[in-house]
Structure formats: C-alpha cells, structure tokens
Design a protein around this ligand. Sequence first.
Ligand code: UDP
Ligand code: CA
Length: 309
Amino acid sequence: DDGRVHVFSVASGSMYERLLRVMMGSVVLHASKPVTFWLLREFLSSTFLEDVPALERALEAQIRFPPAISWPEFLIDGEGAKIGIRDDLQRLVWASKLLFLDGLFHAHQRIVFVDADAVVVGDVAELLTLNLGMAPYAMAPFCSGENMNEATKGHRFWESGFWQNHLEPHNETYKISALFVVDISTFGMIGDGLRTTYQYMGPDANSLQNLDQDLPNYLNGGDRRSVALASLPQEWLYCESWCNARAKAKAKAFDMCQNPATKEYKLDVARRVADPLWSALDGYFASTMAEPVSVAVRAPAGSSWKWSV
Ligand code: UDP
Ligand code: CA
C-alpha cells in the first residue's frame, strides 16, 4: 500500500478524452487520498499526451501509463486479426480494459477501473478496503427494486432468458462494468482462464455483445461457474437508463451509459445527469489546457465552494 488510489481508465477519440478529463477531476475532488491515474497511451491522441504535464498540475494527481498491450499469439486468428474484435474500435477498447490486467499492473496492486464517461462523487479510497473474498474483481449490479427506472422495464435484458437462467441458480444478478475494482494478484490466477474462454467465445458474433461486461458475468454463472464476480454496493453505479431518482440521491458514481430507448448523445446525458459539476469541470479543463498553469481543482481551504450534482 503506497497510500495512493490507483485508477485505471481508457479513452479513444476527442469526445472520450474530454469526458476522461472531467471524470479524473471528479475523482480527485472527492478522494481522501492522492490519486494516480493509469491510462492506455496507445489510444490517446498526441494533443492529449502533450497536455499531460499541465493536466497533472491542474488535477493535483499523477498520470502514468502501463506498458503497451501486446496480444498473445493464441488470440490472433489465421488472418492476423485480433480474435473477437470484428474491426471495431469500441470492442478493442472493451477488450483492453479487461483481458490483460495482470500484464498491465503489479501483482500486489488493487486498481479501480472507471469508464471515461463516468463522474465520481464518492471517495474512491473506500474501495481499497472492500473485501472481495475469492473474487478477482467486483462490479455493481444494475438498479433494481426500489431503485429501478420503470420507464425502461421492457429493456432489462438480464432479467429474463439467457442471463436469468445463467445467473439465478447461483443467486447472482448481472453486473455493470463501468466501474470495477480489481485485485491484481487474484486476477493473475484467473487471467489465463479468462483469456481462454475469450478465445473460444470471441469469434461467435452472437456472444459477448458487451464484451467487457458479458465475459465476467458469463464466468460468474452457468454449470461450470469458474470465476466469481463480487458485488459493489449499488450506490457505486448510477446509470440513468436503469435507475430512478431515489438511486440518484445516494449515488457515488454516475455513468453516462447509453439509453437503449433514446440513444441520446453522451455529452447531453452528461450535462443533464451531472451538472453543474460536469460543466464546471469541463470549463475548467478547457481553460487550463488552452493556457497551462492554473488554480488547483480543489476548492480553496476554508471556502464554502461546494460541488454538487
Ligand atoms: N471508449 C472509448 N472510445 C470509444 C468507446 C468506448 O474510449 O469509442 C471507452 C471509454 O472509457 C468508455 C468505455 O470505453 O467510457 C465504455 O464505453 P461507453 O462508456 O461508451 O459504454 P456505455 O456507457 O455507453 O455503455
Ligand atoms: Ca460508460
């Protein structure tokens, strides 16, 4: 334990880079310990990379890069293509955030993955002491019961059919991958198994539609349940599509997840769900990056400057 919280994220494309800066700002603002962000360099633009020193100052946080991912031979097909990626950048990002964690981080570390499009208002340091039991990772379940959004009831794909049959016998529910905690040493023990399962499921166009989410949920159920997926408290993931106002009031993290009914543009979701915080941070980074050196992101000591969502 080096006294820091290690937050892993990935962004590709200028919109996700913009979302990423806001996400990082929101994490730091609410964290009780210093934060180190780990970003996959290979997806970032040269503009973003040039701004890293200024961004570190603006955030009062460290930004580091894990080693570049090199895909093992057995995940490359006869044509030289990465298995299961289907020429889709989004799928490559999803694969990169999950499949190789034991190669990216040191065995003793615990890391918290946070989607670039999330806004965090809870203290990420809380997640360091959470008991994962035998599980290598933990994710929050989708909102249900008193937290459920009635308007999207018909879209709750995990409450019937395959996922229900797969998980219910184990008393498990489907969990969301927008924010998750990983114990790297435990992950190291299951990493090869995870990649082997990916190797045979990846080529099937009907499997792993939501790669990074479906794979851990799949391994957590069925007859041959092989890798446990621990639960984070529900508050750690609010997604407007599935959660209601009651859930929002308690939420510690908001993901601007795709609404299956409206397919609304992410930045509009962000402003609606997380303003005034989102726009304040977005404006702050826009001005800081244009003109490096800055006021700190933290509210001045003793001020009553309070951020809320
Ligand atoms: N992502 C990205 N570029 C893309 C798609 C995805 O950087 O074009 C990353 C980003 O970190 C994002 C995560 O992958 O937060 C998961 O995708 P997304 O948040 O779009 O999924 P959703 O929340 O809409 O289900
Ligand atoms: Ca997301």
